[in-house]
Design a protein around this ligand. Sequence first.
Ligand code: ATP
Length: 579
Amino acid sequence: MKFTELAANLDKMEATRSRNELVRILSDVYRASAADELEPLTYLIQGRLAPFFEPVEIGLGQMLLITAIAMAYGAPKEEVIKLNRQAGDLGLTAQRLAPASHRESPSVVEVHQRLSQIAAAGGAGSMQKKLDGFTSLLGDVDSVSAKHLVRMTLGKMRLGIGDPTVLDAMSFAKRGDRSLRPILEAAYNRTSDLGLIARTLWDSAEAGLEKLKVRAGHPLRPQLAERLPNPEAVIKKLGTVGVQPKYDGLRVQIHKEGGKVSIFSRNLESMTEMFPELVDAASGLKVQSVILDGEAIAYNPESEEYVPFQETTARRRKEGIQEFAARAPMRAFVFDVMFRDGSDLTPMHYEQRFEIVKELVRESDTLMTAPLMTTDSADVLTRELLDNISRGLEGVVAKRLDSPYQAGARNFNWVKLKRNTSGQLTDTIDVVLLGYYRGKGKRAEFGAGALLAGVYDGDKDEFVTISKLGTGLSDQGWRAIHQRLASLEVAEKPARVNSTFVPDAWLEPAIVVEVLADEITPSPRHTAGMTGDGPGFALRFPRIVSLRTADKKPEDATSVREIREMFEQQRQPGRGRSG
Ligand code: ATP
């Protein structure tokens, strides 16, 4: 496929407001592609050159791209800057400046290769090499292609396609319907690599997908925890459970493959650079290959105290990691193992996997086992919960001892119990900001008066509204958030947003905010959970607790299914107050 043909289809996707239409266009693109084009194509439409977990960056920021556009089209840089200010989109700016071209377009594969070379350029003079490479690529494509090429390089595709849409498109391309989605999703949960899945489906059909197994170096999507209202409900539903402290740090998936260690976050981003202590510790493990699951938390060796989550995540800034490592060294409390020396351990019972964890990390001071106790008594579970809370932990996680590790699933294999908050809900909700209202008076000074927030519907790959947010932020907080909102503002409602509210400005769904509310109530106006004739859900007395941009993508926000469950749980009579 020529890149110009892909670009024309991306234009169609950009124009549509219908998700079915998005799936249809993308499935046409898949159908028209040759086998060796599937991987590059899949990464490029996501604004990537490789799967999300590989830290491959093209490495050309806005200013360098402006220089490249100026050089490619012989325009003064000032003009590019001015046009970009007017258009608010560097892709559109490139499209406007590009001459009508009658050249033969390079293929999708060639464009991917040339971008990969640009990404790989390193060392002295690499900036110039990157710049020259991109300038020459711009010179070889038509104007619509230039628009999408620039957006790919910035990682801002503005198409509104999430992973479920890509999986649906593959299924439609092969079968003409959504019937392959479950098997595609299962393979995706094990490998997190959409490109690999596309190629495997075309090369060796469903049997090939089933053979895609967990392997070291490739993160699997994490097992997630369900909620239940109190310890009694946990014992009633699960019987005997394993109970562990719930640490409030950062989820880490630690991979060792021969001499190489990689660490991935909850949303499967590479975080290897951030945790030199964990890398050292994992290198020393006496295994060829292993995948561990745990929670990393900065720990103060003098006071033997856990450092608050905010400080743990402060490490995301690249500077001063070594200094942080010396001041508040990280430990990882390891609670699971999914792979060891060539064997997939995910089908094994938790009890057995945990024995392997203990054996693996026995000699490490940095990788520690999260202690596990077993009980079938609600009283004992309550005592554990209170004890952990009094020690400064978040609560407990109860685990079914005979459960497999189910990648990507949120189910009752694990149940989280936290301290009850002041209101009725026992857990916070992670919402995605979808728009904002400018506000009046003092608030208008900060640029935003109220925020329109939503949750994620994974089946439809759609964001639906659940609340407006106006409290919880300091004046300084409002100013800071407005600055981030400005760069996400879009002229029209994004295709994946489903809302009856029309805010003053729409936002590309990107920022995840943790919110505490008293209650979930039915709402005739919010679209979260709305069915044909039934109402949706809203949050009563919501207030912002924190920003969750460090470890959650918008698709990792609380889901509609979870909101419905939380709504049902809060109505259960005789609900205890402890969990
Ligand atoms: P979720 O990860 O469930 O979407 P979240 O990120 O808001 O939600 P919580 O709801 O607080 O997190 O609880 C689940 C998280 O708890 C896990 O993802 C993991 O990071 C953390 N955690 C801490 N201790 C444990 C433990 N012992 N076992 C499992 N998870 C733990």
